[in-house]
Design a protein around this ligand. Structure first.
Ligand SMILES: *Cc1c(COP(=O)(O)O)cnc(C)c1O
Length: 485
């Protein structure tokens, strides 16, 4: 494909601007004009439409095909939420518009959405109050750990360590370290969950808290989760629940009832708002009653007359964590999604996401190694250990799936599984789609034995084949892209 400038043809145009009616004496003086004309491609409207349509078709997204990227919950984002988020009354709001006086009624609806989303998330998680400000899951974690620190400071506790299982998402130790804690990694037991005996030995007066993902990144629910919270509480530590992937338990179990004190949720995973490409997200953080005072400023409060205001008078707060009130458009989409599904609908999310993951696990168990057999929750983790005997790695399997039309699963994570392939189908996929994916995975497993070279050369169907992914992301060189076409 040619770059847009290479398609340019002298004096071709898509618009015919009217002749200028600006009198001559208003024209810009010659010495103020740039010496070269502004270089714009000269194209017809059809050229432009084709160029951008072509580019858009190179994009892979949930709207194009199955996207089983483990731990990312790439579920379908219903279009009704997009439609409502685009209503001018929401989309054109400015965060500096008044809350009440002079035109304040224009912002009351948005404040109500934030307030009521908070109430629904409390109901879902068993927490006492949420901040809707954090802009991503990792940002929610940092906010949560800052709240842990504020709690201990307030009580005069001298605590220095946070315990995190070795299967954790990398953002957990990063967030704890940025908040100033030493991170201790707790090993997993033979069932793939945090080893409770190891935890018992590691907990002491220095322990500020634990950060736990449950079900964890292997898709396994830790049966000792309540005991873990009790152990942490016995030294006045706090239990943090990484609820980025609440899909498996939403509507079924409340982290608050398991003993957790702080929860973050990824609205851009479980609650069907768009993500990917580093786009806007939202990682609201909920806390139990004893931690509400430490939540960031501001919080939306409802007054006796039914109006909503932003409350800033919070002396024990950790302060601001985001400009204005976070990614409102994302919160709004989650609000629509939760209302649309209701209690029963959210339960079915959990049931179907778990069913789909177990279906894939069962269908593929004869073809790929399963380091932790047995029932999983929302995702299942295979290992390509068997395939590497023929020189085929998890990376080759992932790239071959692209040629079959599927987005690859997450690979090489969690790090405790060798050659990991982490598959999360989500609840929104049909049996037909999942069966097609399973067939592709089986075909790849068979090809490993007959033609491993083909897999090692994949993908072949894309504009560019194998890239150094780190360099491609960090040193993106758009100008040289045409070399690949
Ligand atoms: C995605 C994820 C996070 C981080 O969320 P971001 O929005 O990407 O910052 C944290 N923990 C788990 C388990 C996740 O899957």
């Amino acid at each position: 494909m040619k770059l847009i400038f290479e398609k340019s043809i002298e004096s071709r145009t898509a618009v015919l601007p009217p002749k200028t009616d600006v009198p001559d004496h208003f024209s810009i003086k010659a010495q103020l004009l740039r010496d070269k004309s502004a270089e714009l491609p000269q194209l017809s409207e059809l050229d432009v439409v084709r160029h951008f349509t072509e580019l858009s078709r190179r994009n892979f997204g949930v709207d194009t095909n199955f996207y089983p990227l483990g731990s990312c919950t790439m579920k379908y984002n219903p279009k009704v939420a997009e439609r409502i988020a685009a209503y001018p009354g929401f989309a054109h709001l400015h965060p500096l518009m008044p809350q009440l006086r002079r035109g304040g009624m224009l912002t009351q609806g948005a404040l109500q959405v934030i307030y009521e989303t908070d109430i629904m998330l409390r109901e879902i998680t068993g927490m006492a109050r949420f901040t809707m400000q954090p802009l991503a899951g990792a940002h929610g974690e940092l906010t949560g750990v800052m709240i842990i620190a504020a709690y201990h400071r307030d009580r005069g506790n001298k605590k220095t360590t946070i315990l995190i299982p070795d299967s954790a998402h990398g953002t957990n130790p990063a967030s704890a370290a940025i908040a100033g804690y030493d991170v201790l990694s707790v090993p997993s037991d033979k069932n793939g969950v945090m080893d409770i005996d190891a935890l018992r030995k590691m907990v002491n007066e220095q322990t500020a808290g634990v950060m736990l993902t449950c079900p964890n990144t292997l898709g396994i629910f830790n049966p000792h989760v309540k005991d873990i919270c009790d152990i942490i509480h016995s030294v006045d530590g706090l239990a943090y629940y990484d609820g980025a992937n609440l899909n498996a338990i939403v509507g079924k179990v409340r982290p608050g009832e398991l003993g957790f004190d702080i929860v973050h949720l990824n609205l851009h995973k479980t609650f069907a708002t768009p993500h990917g490409g580093g786009g806007p997200g939202a990682g609201p953080v909920g806390v139990v009653e004893k931690l509400v005072d430490f939540l960031p400023v501001s919080l939306v409060e409802k007054r006796d007359d039914g109006t909503f205001v932003l409350e800033y008078n919070r002396p024990k707060s950790i302060g601001y964590v985001a400009p204005f009130y976070g990614n409102f458009g994302i919160i709004l989409r989650a609000f629509v999604y939760i209302l649309m599904l209701g209690k029963q609908g959210l339960r079915r999310v959990a049931e179907n996401s778990v069913l789909n993951a177990n279906y894939i696990k069962k269908k593929l168990e004869n073809y790929y190694d399963l380091p932790f057999p047995g029932i999983c929750k929302h995702e299942c983790v295979f290992s390509a250990a068997r395939q590497i005997k023929n020189g085929v790695h998890a990376l080759d399997i992932a790239k071959s799936l692209i040629d079959a039309g599927f987005h690859p699963p997450t690979i090489y994570f969690p790090a405790i599984v060798k050659e990991a392939l982490m598959i999360e189908p989500t609840e929104t996929e049909s049996k037909e789609t999942i069966d097609a994916f399973v067939s592709a995975m089986i075909a790849i497993a068979k090809k490993t034995e007959t033609d491993p070279h083909q897999l090692q050369g994949a993908p072949k169907s894309t504009p560019v084949s194998r890239l150094d992914e780190t360099r491609a992301a960090k040193l993106l060189d758009i100008a040289s892209i045409d070399r690949f076409f």
